[in-house]
Design a protein around this ligand. Structure first.
Ligand SMILES: [Ca+2]
Length: 451
């Protein structure tokens, strides 16, 4: 899928909107570490947007069938789903899942048309990164998070001591993923994954996750009726995919079950454990807002060129407040809204946050929320709020215009990814513009103007 720069995952606020210039992340993206087969990166699947009411099998199939046909089409679909489930049960049995587990998982399994619809939907609207971050680290979310920090202080401190991940980072992920548990989805995970496995677009990925979910049921960590989460299969308060659960969930309260739905000690320890395993470096900040010196070549702020903070400092990069940079051995510059917006220097821990959800906006949201939870500031520099994010169609037009001018931006798909930004930078440079790779309506007009 697209790369991370503009690919926020859908989350509470992102049902249909997206950040930056892309569409909402594909649902399947995955939780910490979705397998390669997942459509998007290694991140969490889109969490639940306010879920719609469950619709049992005989509901109209998604792209609505012509008026007269719905019953017939729905019956055929229900039958095909039942066959699919029977086949999957056989596979699971052969893979060592016990009959009792299969009964509890599948006897009442439901095909979810709402899951299919959301899986197929493609965002046409875009949401500016500043709007996304306004919500991600809003005053209300900060205030609520500070209450939660107090409430769970000893558990968060224990996880920090054990895994080296600060309490505020774990709390910020909890806030981003489910608004501190207020909304982690109400879709039965077995139903969600069986539907996605049956419907096909990401069948192999969903089948792998479904098998993992069966193992969790079989372990006795959670009964089927409490195994709920997003329409895309992410579970519990910090939205773990089943495979991530198997690898990283922790029983911190000692009751013998790993419960990321109802046990906050387990939620906190599991989340910190995942981040530590994904490379969190104790003692390092995720990053810092910076200011760039006049004349700085913004093409170097592509989020990928890495060097030490000392090297960046030697080039004149300073903290936004003028203070010395923190000690980051392997840091990259980011300009999430182009050369006219704020700049950030981010290190290894920012890349670990991307393992949770492979979207720059998401990782910035976690980092900034955590920073505010710890009493620090929000973003200092002004966002270029006068800019309007391009719609998908406009991004496609921009990609085509870049092609027409001989700048290869990959397949024109309406999503701003690495290739698009690189092509845009090259064109900007050739046109004597700051090569920030940030698409705007003005650049689109320039690119498409008659020559
Ligand atoms: Ca437990």
């Amino acid at each position: 899928m697209t790369d991370r720069f503009f690919f926020p995952r859908a989350w509470p606020a992102c049902g249909a909107l997206v950040l930056g210039l892309a569409g909402c992340a594909a649902p399947g993206a995955g939780s910490p570490t979705a397998p390669a087969a997942a459509p998007a990166a290694p991140t969490l699947p889109a969490p639940p947007a306010p879920s719609t009411a469950p619709a049992p099998v005989p509901a109209p199939a998604v792209p609505a069938a012509p008026a007269a046909a719905p019953d017939v089409a729905a019956q055929a679909q229900a039958q095909a789903f039942a066959q699919w489930v029977a086949q999957f049960r056989a596979e699971a049995r052969a893979a060592g899942i016990a009959e009792g587990t299969l009964h509890s998982a599948f006897d009442g399994v439901q095909l979810r048309p709402d899951v299919i619809a959301r899986d197929r939907s493609q965002a046409e609207f875009t949401r500016a990164v500043w709007d996304y971050l306004d919500t991600a680290a809003s005053d209300a979310r900060v205030a609520r998070g500070q209450q939660r920090l107090q409430e769970w202080r000893s558990e968060l401190d224990a996880a920090a001591a054990r895994h080296g991940v600060p309490a505020e980072i774990v709390a910020a992920i909890w806030g981003m993923e489910s608004n501190y548990g207020a909304n982690y989805g109400d879709v039965p995970t077995i139903d969600a994954l069986a539907t996605l496995g049956f419907d096909g677009r990401r069948g192999p990925w969903a089948r792998g996750q479904l098998m993992a979910a069966l193992r969790i049921l079989q372990n006795g960590d959670i009964p089927r009726e409490r195994m709920i989460g997003s329409w895309a299969g992410a579970m519990g308060q910090t939205q773990f995919l089943p495979s991530v659960f198997l690898a990283h969930a922790v029983d911190a309260d000692g009751d013998g079950r790993r419960d990321i739905w109802g046990s906050m000690p387990d939620v906190i320890a599991s989340t910190a454990n995942f981040l530590r395993h994904e490379g969190w470096q104790p003692g390092q900040p995720w990053g810092v807002e910076v200011q760039l010196p006049p004349g700085f070549d913004v093409a170097r702020a592509d989020g990928e060129l890495r060097q030490s903070a000392a090297q960046w400092a030697a080039e004149g990069v300073r903290r936004v407040d003028g203070a010395a940079l923190p000690d980051l051995p392997d840091a990259a510059l980011l300009l999430p809204a182009g050369a006219r917006g704020p700049a950030f220097l981010v290190g290894a821990n920012f890349r670990t946050l991307l393992r949770y959800n492979n979207a720059t906006s998401y990782a910035l949201g976690v980092g900034l929320l955590a920073q505010r939870l710890a009493g620090g500031p929000g973003v200092q520099a002004a966002w270029p709020r006068e800019l309007t994010p391009l719609r998908r169609e406009e991004v496609r037009a921009l990609q085509q215009a870049l092609h027409a001018r001989g700048f290869d931006s990959g397949t024109p798909d309406g999503v701003v990814g690495r290739a698009t930004r690189a092509a845009l930078r090259a064109w900007q440079r050739s046109a004597g513009l700051p090569p920030d790779g940030y698409p705007t309506v003005q650049l689109l007009e320039q690119l498409t103007a008659p020559r």
